[in-house]
Write a protein that binds this ligand. Structure first.
Ligand code: UDP
Length: 237
């Protein structure tokens, strides 16, 4: 496999073509952003931690029968993945109230949500990723009804698998965001799963162990990510 031209630079990752038209390389950078790119910093080791963390989670999900784009780690900061045609809709599941839900509905942070909520957001930085519903996604052609049903089913299954995994490490999976794409027409999990795109609290103390440490200027961001990795048994060496 040969790494070729840079195809796309996102806020935290870069995507490179390979000699295989169906495979791309994802480079995890140290760039960390929040508030739709308005706050950006370089955090030492973050690219490496998220790349290895994501590979660990994607392997767990694949073992549980989820179709993911992940193929293998190539280096501390690079992974080989299937090239997906991305669906521009973000899927968010919440087990506890936090973040935009608290801001939008004025509810108390930390309330348990039973059953978990499922929300859709349009992936569009210029608009601040607005919340949308299924009718919007279908009418504007962002996804079909069948694809949305598959995305919801996969997301809720992933929530069950990962909630149990994190709980075993003494952590609550508060909420998370997933992105899907199509690989040869099949809905497939893409993007990444790391503490950049989820909320994780210590089960007892409710200490935040995710990107809220960056958003809220709490410090110890990568140290918290490394603690999460260590609690799950992710090898960061
Ligand atoms: N999230 C994300 N990228 C986004 C928006 C949200 O990874 O562009 C994640 C976020 O880290 C959290 C979950 O999705 O785990 C729900 O985020 P929320 O809607 O509460 O928005 P936020 O408070 O992050 O603005």
């Amino acid at each position: 496999m040969e790494k070729r031209d840079l195809l796309y630079t996102g806020k935290a990752k870069s995507v490179y073509a390979t000699d295989d038209a169906d495979r791309v390389v994802i480079l995890y950078r140290n760039d960390t952003s929040a508030f739709d790119g308005k706050k950006v910093e370089q955090l030492d080791r973050k690219g490496m931690v998220n790349n290895k963390f994501n590979a660990f989670i994607m392997d767990k999900l694949a073992a549980a029968g989820i179709a993911t784009h992940h193929e293998k780690l190539l280096s501390p900061t690079e992974s080989l993945v299937k090239r997906l045609e991305m669906i521009p809709v973000e899927c968010v599941v919440r087990n506890f109230a936090a973040g935009s839900l608290v801001r939008r509905l004025g509810v108390e942070e930390g309330i348990a949500l039973n059953p978990p909520t499922f929300e859709l957001f349009l992936k569009n930085d210029a608009l601040g990723d607005p919340m949308i519903n299924e009718a919007h996604a279908i009418s504007f052609g962002w996804a079909t009804a069948e694809q949305l049903a598959e995305m919801q089913q996969q997301t809720l299954k992933i929530n069950e698998i990962l909630s149990e995994l994190f709980l075993a490490g003494g952590m609550l999976l508060v909420d998370f965001k997933l992105e899907f794409g199509l690989f040869k027409g099949k809905v497939t999990l893409g993007d990444e799963f790391s503490p950049d795109g989820c909320r994780l609290w210590d089960r007892e103390t409710r200490k935040k162990l995710d990107k809220d440490r960056f958003r809220q200027g709490l410090g110890g961001v990568v140290e918290a990510y490394e603690e999460v990795a260590q609690r799950l048994g992710v090898n960061l060496d």
